[in-house]
Design a protein around this ligand. Sequence first.
Ligand code: UD1
Length: 371
Amino acid sequence: MSTNSRLKTLNVVGARPNFMKVAPLMREYMKHPDRISPLLVHTGQHYDEGMSSVFFSELQIPEPDVFLGVGSGSHASQTAKVMELFEPVLLRHRPDLLVVVGDVNSTLAASIVAAKIGVPIAHVEAGLRSRDRTMPEEINRLVTDSLGDFLLTTSRDANDNLRREGIPEKRIHFVGNTMIDTMLMMKPFLKSSTVKKTLRLDGNAFAYMTLHRPSNVDNKTVLTGICEAVLRLQANIRIVWPLHPRTKKMLVAFDLLNPLQHETNIILCEPLSYLDSLSLMSDAKFVMTDSGGIQEETTVLGVPCLTLRENTERPITITEGTNELVGTDKDLLVKRGTSLIAGETRIGRIPELWDGRSSERIVSLLLNTLS
Ligand code: UD1
């Protein structure tokens, strides 16, 4: 414990999907000013306005205390850069606890640094496993969880995964999903989004699409197949597709952007803010994605989700939610999309503890254990 007896937590974010996971925790800390002193470090893994600062303002995340500005790079160089720049920050602040979220390179890098300095680690969203080690995030998850002292899970299957890896029970805590805390907090504000007006969309006669995984966008054959499926589906439904910078770069490199731009039923746009994205997702007839978080958000919204991956680290979105894996089989994507356009619905239920109170559980666990 710090000398002033407040629990000093140092929270790390780096990339877009981290921001909605840390936002409700920061808010929860603020409810205990006499007991917790939180610091926020942004590694700068994502740096564009639309990939980073827009989330800070919309989700009212406090300005980071430290910004590392690491930027893009290969996995090794990005991870190494975070480690190198983060080590002096950790030594200077000497927190009682490092809090990392999700599975991005910044999560891994900060955890390795803390483990070697001897700072305890809490990992929010621990225990998820796709069992696909070609996925960079799977490596990040495995290493981070092996180092974590508080493994905070979103579902009971994640607890089972951790147990199977020999992690002692006392390190595993099922707390729910902080990203859903954010979603439930922001839902009442969806009306203030003007995105549908800007994109001239009405009702729910559209599908929403996101794509960014290297396995989908860096491979020409795979990306070409997905684009062919989108071109076939757009004959029957409008498709809104905000382009992740990686995806845009590869569509240009593979000469795939022009045919998409020619179709009036395909609306390509820049990455959207949290509120705009959630607004489209909640009104869409269905969603096509390779994102992890969107599989969870659509499950809670009750919107059908076709996931363009062969596996998922979030199986609960399939067993209980509205998610379905279609892989990269373009015919299957068209077939399933066509059924959803025809009105087929899938009724799911909201997973246990995805109730908007996960951050509250986490903070009370940390206070009870560490202070
Ligand atoms: C990262 C995460 C991934 C997460 C995704 C969400 C890892 C291993 N991957 O992948 O888990 O789902 O974020 O977006 O940590 N770029 C910009 N502006 C930015 C950020 C990136 O133009 O603000 C471009 C750069 O060309 C960069 C590329 O996008 O090379 C990829 O960015 P990077 O952070 O390396 O990985 P993501 O694919 O975004």
